[in-house]
Each structure stands twice: as structure tokens, then as C-alpha cells.
Design a protein around this ligand. Structure first.
Ligand code: NAD
Ligand code: GLY
Length: 363
């Protein structure tokens, strides 16, 4: 059996482990110790369930196991589709002792976690992330929720999982564009707080794109370690956790504006991080050479550095629907160097407009 890496998210009574390794779906003991009752409901989707549900159910053999299989796609991350999880729970008379298990990418994790936060005012849940993005980001930290037509992730709750089981073998079936989307969030950690990791990515991007097991395991573990550190000091995003949103105010505006599902979340974040870097340069905070270095790494990860054409004129409007807005004032995560992110409302609106227009010109 290949070695498993275990990290801890330290949150006092809500602390939990993140298990990272190969073949973990078959390790029944990882699940059993975190399931308090006798019943579970696995939430998955039409793509992931045929690949991995049976194996997970075998590991859950000690439990009475139901499943809710949802349609696949960001456009289904809605209150309406979350209602189908409640339907399944109620039709099968699940009570407060039930544990929900999210088997899938970030969309399933966010929906299942939100359903767990709400069902009978809160039941336990476990994250079993099967995309790179979910393994390095969305399964950790307890942010759950769904989209609204007017704004991304606007309806949600903080609800921490009992554990995260990241079986890196599941990444073998992931489409290449989804792998790249996950790499966007990995680059994010380097840019925010971990210059050494950014440099590691510069040296190992091809290994990561080639899904070399050692490179993947290292990137997942390092990302989870970086995220767990931030979440441990700022669970509810009253300060430092907002830095994890580098590129996201731009990215969420791209996702909302281009229609959920048309741009992958990671693609939108990649373009958003480059826009944040270019705005930082216009503020005089970042050297042009550093912007080029960031864009070069993003391009090597086969990710976009500018938003889609045709929506630039409305991006600023969509950016205003953001959870970092305070007293009507937009705050952005910008860069003062690689590994040095700052949250600020002290940006120049004209410079922001110029950055949004650069995108329109296809810079
Ligand atoms: P996703 O969940 O849509 O998954 C991407 C695609 O890969 C889907 O088609 C899915 O069915 C498929 N898939 C999943 N696992 C697979 C596998 N092993 N093999 C083959 N196909 C597989 O997208 P995502 O990139 O995982 O997550 C994006 C979502 O996560 C967004 O909604 C974003 O807002 C959210 N997110 C949440 C947080 C958080 O902290 N809660 C953080 C980052 C992103
Ligand atoms: N993905 C941002 C956060 O979890 O805070």
C-alpha cells in the first residue's frame, strides 16, 4: 500500500484530518472512524458516480448507504438542485445521525456541504474530492454554497467536514482542461503566500501536467497545508482568509458574465490572477518582469491570462457583487510581490478600467 499523507486542519472542536494518497477510496477505516451513525447519503453526479460510487459503497459496507446523483455542471450548482438532496434525505427518512458524503469535484462538494449545513439544521459530512481543484482547495475549509443568477457562491454557509479523503488515483480519469483548472488554484497559493512553492511550480509544471504521482502528491499536500494554515487562523474570513480569493473577484465576474459553466472556475481564476497582477503593476506595486513571470507560468499550465472577449464593458458591474465588498466599497486582493498578497480598497479605478479593457483588446 502506498504511503498516505495526513494533514490536520486545526479548528478546536471542529478540527479534522485531510488524508492524501493513492487508493484511499478502498480504505474503509478512513471513513468509518468519522461516521457517527449507521446511515450515509452519498451525493455525486452523473459523471463521477459511474466511475467511483461502487468502490466507495464497498468501503461503506458497514452502513446503510443511499445515493443522490445530480446532473453534472456548474450551471446546476443552484438552490433548486440542492433541493434534490433534501428530497432524497426526506424520502428515505434520514435523521440527524446521517452523514452526507460528497463524491465529486468542487460543485458536488459545495452542494453536498451546503445541504449538510442545512438539513435538520446541520448534519455531519465528509469530502471525497475527485478533481485536482477540489483536492487542493474546495474540499478544505468549510465554505459551502450555491450560485445565484446575479452572483457566484452568494448563498451558502460555513460548515466544516469531518474529514477529507483525497484519493489522487481518481485524477487519472480527469479531462486535461480540468487538471489545468486545478493548477490555477495551486499557482494561487504560491502567489499569495508561498514563493518557494511558486518556484517549485516553475520547475515542475510539466511533471504536474503529466500527472506524475510524486509531483501531484506534493502539490496537493503543499496546497492543503497552505490552505489549512490560513483557515486555522481565520475560519470565517474576517481577515487573512480573504487572500485566498486572489483572482476570484475578477474570476467570479467572468463566470457570472459568461454564463455558469462556459468558463471553468479555474480558468476564470487564472485570468483573474493575471488581471490582479497587471493592476498591481499599474499601482506601482509589482514589476512588469514579475507580471510576465506570472503570466508565463499560467500559460504553461494551459490557462488563459485574459477574460473572454465581449464582456469587458460589464465586468466592473459584476465585480461589485462580491463578498469582500464593505460599505459599498469593493476590496481586491492584489500583489506586492510573488508570495505577498494584500487585501485593499486602495486601488485606482482608472487603472482597474484599463486592466478590464486590456482584456477586451485580447492583450
Ligand atoms: P466540477 O465539480 O464541475 O468538476 C469538473 C468536472 O470534472 C465535472 O464535469 C465533473 O463531473 C468531472 N469530474 C470530477 N471528478 C472526476 C474524475 N475523477 N474523473 C473524471 N471526471 C471528473 O469543478 P471543480 O473544478 O472541481 O470545482 C469548481 C467549483 O468549486 C466551483 O463551483 C467553485 O466555485 C467551487 N470552489 C469552491 C471552493 C470552496 O472553498 N468551497 C473553493 C474553490 C472552488
Ligand atoms: N477558496 C477560498 C476559500 O476557501 O476561502
Amino acid at each position: 500500500m502506498s504511503p498516505m499523507r495526513t494533514l490536520q486542519v486545526d479548528l478546536g472542536p471542529r478540527s479534522y484530518p485531510i488524508y492524501i494518497g493513492r487508493g484511499l477510496l478502498d480504505r474503509a477505516e478512513l471513513f468509518v472512524r468519522h461516521i457517527p451513525g449507521r446511515r450515509v447519503l452519498v451525493v455525486s453526479n452523473e459523471t463521477v458516480a459511474p466511475l467511483y460510487l461502487e468502490r466507495l459503497q464497498e468501503s461503506l459496507g458497514d452502513f446503510q448507504c443511499d445515493a443522490a446523483i445530480l446532473p453534472d455542471g456548474e450551471q446546476y450548482k443552484t438552490l433548486e438542485v440542492t433541493g434534490r438532496v433534501f428530497d432524497a434525505l426526506l424520502e428515505r427518512h434520514h435523521d440527524r445521525e446521517t452523514t452526507l458524503i460528497a463524491l465529486g469535484g468542487g460543485v458536488i462538494g459545495d452542494i453536498a456541504g451546503f445541504a449538510a449545513a442545512c438539513y435538520q439544521r446541520g448534519v455531519p459530512f465528509i469530502q471525497v474530492p475527485t478533481t485536482l481543484l477540489a483536492q487542493v482547495d474546495s474540499s478544505v475549509g468549510g465554505k459551502t454554497g450555491v450560485n445565484h443568477p446575479l452572483g457566484k457562491n452568494m448563498i451558502g454557509a460555513f460548515h466544516q467536514p469531518r474529514c477529507v479523503v483525497a484519493d489522487t488515483d481518481t485524477l487519472a480519469t480527469l479531462e486535461e482542461c480540468q487538471l489545468c483548472a486545478g493548477i490555477a488554484e495551486i499557482i494561487k497559493y504560491g502567489l499569495i503566500q508561498d514563493r518557494e512553492f511558486f518556484e517549485w511550480l516553475e520547475a515542475h509544471m510539466e511533471a504536474l501536467l503529466g500527472r506524475e504521482p510524486e509531483a501531484v502528491a506534493f502539490a496537493v499536500e503543499r496546497s492543503c497545508r497552505d490552505k489549512a494554515q490560513v483557515v486555522a487562523v481565520d475560519e470565517r474570513e474576517s481577515g487573512q482568509r480573504a487572500l485566498l480569493n486572489l483572482g476570484h473577484t475578477f474570476g467570479h465576474a467572468i463566470e457570472t458574465g459568461s454564463g455558469y459553466g462556459n468558463w471553468l472556475h479555474g480558468e476564470a481564476v487564472a485570468a483573474g490572477m493575471c488581471m490582479a497582477a497587471r493592476l498591481s503593476a499599474r499601482q506601482g506595486w509589482l514589476a512588469e518582469a514579475t507580471v510576465e513571470r506570472i503570466e508565463a507560468l499560467v500559460r504553461r499550465a494551459r490557462l488563459p491570462v485574459v477574460p473572454p472577449a465581449g464582456i469587458a464593458s460589464r465586468l466592473r458591474e459584476w465585480m461589485a457583487v462580491d463578498k469582500k465588498v464593505r460599505d459599498g466599497r469593493l476590496r481586491l486582493v492584489l500583489l506586492r510581490g510573488i508570495g505577498r498578497a494584500v487585501l485593499t480598497d486602495g486601488f485606482d479605478e482608472a487603472a482597474l478600467t484599463a486592466v478590464l479593457e486590456e482584456g477586451a483588446a485580447g492583450a
